[in-house]
Design a binder for this molecule. Structure first.
Ligand SMILES: CC(=O)N[C@H]1[C@@H](OP(=O)(O)OP(=O)(O)OC[C@H]2O[C@@H](n3ccc(=O)[nH]c3=O)[C@H](O)[C@@H]2O)O[C@H](CO)[C@@H](O)[C@@H]1O[C@H](C)C(=O)N[C@@H](C)C(=O)N[C@H](CCC(=O)O)C(=O)O
Ligand SMILES: Nc1ncnc2c1ncn2[C@@H]1O[C@H](COP(=O)(O)OP(=O)(O)OP(=O)(O)O)[C@@H](O)[C@H]1O
Ligand SMILES: N[C@H](CCC[C@H](N)C(=O)O)C(=O)O
Ligand SMILES: [Mg+2]
Length: 427
């Protein structure tokens, strides 16, 4: 990738390097240094030096990592900061935004190191006070955020994901935890059992354990109403969002803004209500029948969603992505079997795998085949779910795994498919 910072050109690809373009090398591409030189490049710098070319003094960077909730928490921080009058850039799974405008579409959750610097420079050029970014485990491991000076690092939770890449759960946990090794100001979910962090400049939030921002009570009538304490003072906020996990996400967002601005908690809590959540995350697409679309694609994410609807007859439609963690599939099937009255297993993004075999992996763990429908075509599966939901007034249809992804990936091709559109066709 080729970027320009203050009229100087940088690349991480030896093929683009030449006498005018600096080659930035890291463990990812150092083996191509000779190739860069052969292409006429005379200036080669290690990736750790890239920071010397950007003046970060006018912008505060907030990085959010964790297995689930990064996109939601990042979007909540962004929304609150904008409502408080700040100029803000946001980067993550849904793209790159500056002050409410989408600047770039989906690429990676956390782009490669050069793109991070290019985005931050763009945010600075646009007068942004804040740069909010999701930080994936891949990004930490591949040092895509190396050289960024974070004002605050935020932790949501660590469960399991991406074991296709990190191989073991311990390695995945270690990578996530390594983000919190240094002295940077950090905000940690105190209810997470595996998180490890440097306690210097650490602040915490929680629902269960003692913490800096401690939720003391909540209720779910027409959205959520939450009370929390901070240094012995009580505060409260309300939101139209649902799910206990969203209390964590909002508490993290409120605390993040409190820790990086001089605004009072009461002032911050007032604007939380304006944040209606992220599309495709616990999104209510129909009230009668009740149909919800959610991006849950890990056993833990699914559990959180199902638990939020324990009082309802759950009908659920989901699959699992191909060429990704295979071990999670039976765990997902088992969870659905524990919570749902009817399960429809379908395709997610099969990629290069056979969708029928992915479905088989999931169904292995569903003992009661009577309440199980297998429908490999996701559009048909959604229709079947809606037909069932229409017949049961106490039901909720939970369509999981793809959120607002506007396509289905088959082999390496993307075919248009948006769960929400499919629902709207039939109600
Ligand atoms: C598994 C993975 O993460 N792979 C990433 C990795 O790919 P790679 O090691 O195969 O890259 P490569 O093509 O060998 O190139 C390595 C480096 O050498 C350089 N190069 C290459 C060839 C050459 O001749 N000369 C040269 O200099 C390239 O410019 C690059 O800098 O490095 C590439 C560039 O640095 C990334 O684009 C690529 O992400 C791929 C596209 C990917 O799909 N990653 C996913 C799994 C990912 O990172 N996902 C996370 C989390 C998702 C979530 O849960 O939200 C994300 O942050 O999005
Ligand atoms: N704090 C949380 N704890 C547990 N589960 C959560 C939490 N927040 C969200 N979820 C679940 O995880 C799903 C994904 O949420 P979100 O997009 O915010 O996470 P993410 O970390 O950005 O995910 P990804 O890494 O795939 O981009 C949600 O749809 C919801 O089901
Ligand atoms: N962004 C994440 C989640 C994708 C979820 C699901 N739709 C899938 O394709 O597995 C990933 O690439 O792992
Ligand atoms: Mg995300």
């Amino acid at each position: 990738m080729l970027i320009t910072i203050n009229n100087k050109k940088f690349t991480d690809n030896s093929k683009e390097a030449n006498s005018e373009v600096v080659f930035v090398y890291s463990s990812q591409n150092e083996k191509f240094c000779d190739d860069a030189k052969a292409n006429g490049c005379t200036e080669l710098i290690p990736s750790t030096k890239l920071k010397d070319y950007v003046d970060f003094s006018s912008i505060k960077i907030i990085g959010i990592t964790g297995t689930n909730g990064k996109t939601t928490t990042a979007a909540a921080i962004y929304s609150i900061l904008l409502d408080l009058g700040y100029k803000v850039a946001l980067q993550g799974t849904r793209g790159f935004f500056i002050n409410d405008e989408k600047v770039e579409d989906y690429t990676l959750t956390t782009p490669v190191q050069l793109a991070n610097f290019a985005h931050i420079q763009k945010a600075i050029d646009n007068g942004c006070d804040f740069f909010v970014t999701e930080v994936s485990s891949h990004a930490i491991e591949q040092k895509r955020v190396e050289g960024l000076k974070f004002e605050l690092k935020v932790h949501t939770n660590i469960t399991r994901d991406h074991l296709d890449y990190h191989k073991t759960i311990q390695e995945y946990i270690n990578v996530k935890n390594s983000f919190f090794d240094d002295d940077t100001k950090k905000l940690i979910n105190k209810d997470d059992k595996v998180v490890k962090f440097n306690t210097k400049n650490a602040y915490t939030y929680s629902l269960e354990n003692p913490s800096t921002y401690k939720v003391t009570a909540y209720s779910f009538k027409n959205g959520m109403h939450v009370m929390f304490s901070n240094i012995e003072k009580m505060h409260s906020f309300s939101s139209s969002m649902m799910g206990i996990f969203n209390i964590y996400n909002l508490m993290a967002a409120i605390a993040s803004v409190h820790l990086t601005t001089n605004k009072s908690l009461d002032n911050i809590c007032q604007v939380v209500e304006n944040f209606a959540g992220v599309s495709g995350r616990m999104e209510i697409v129909s009230v009668e029948p009740l149909i919800i679309i959610d991006f849950a694609h890990t056993p833990d994410g699914m559990k959180e969603v199902y638990e939020s609807f324990n009082h309802k007859d759950i009908i659920t439609v989901f699959g699992a992505g191909g060429d990704r963690d295979k071990d999670k599939r039976p765990l997902m099937g088992k969870l659905a079997a524990n919570f749902a009255k009817h399960i429809i297993v379908t395709s997610d993004n099969p990629r290069f795998e056979d969708p029928d075999l992915i479905i088989e992996d999931i169904c292995k763990a569903i003992p009661n085949k009577q309440n199980l429908t297998i429908e490999v075509n996701r559009k048909e599966a959604i229709k079947k779910g809606i037909d069932l939901a229409k017949k049961n007034e106490n039901s909720v249809l939970l369509i999981l795994g793809k959120g607002d992804e506007p396509y289905q990936i088959i082999y390496d091709k993307k075919f248009p498919l948006l769960d929400k559109d499919e629902v709207l066709k039939h109600i």
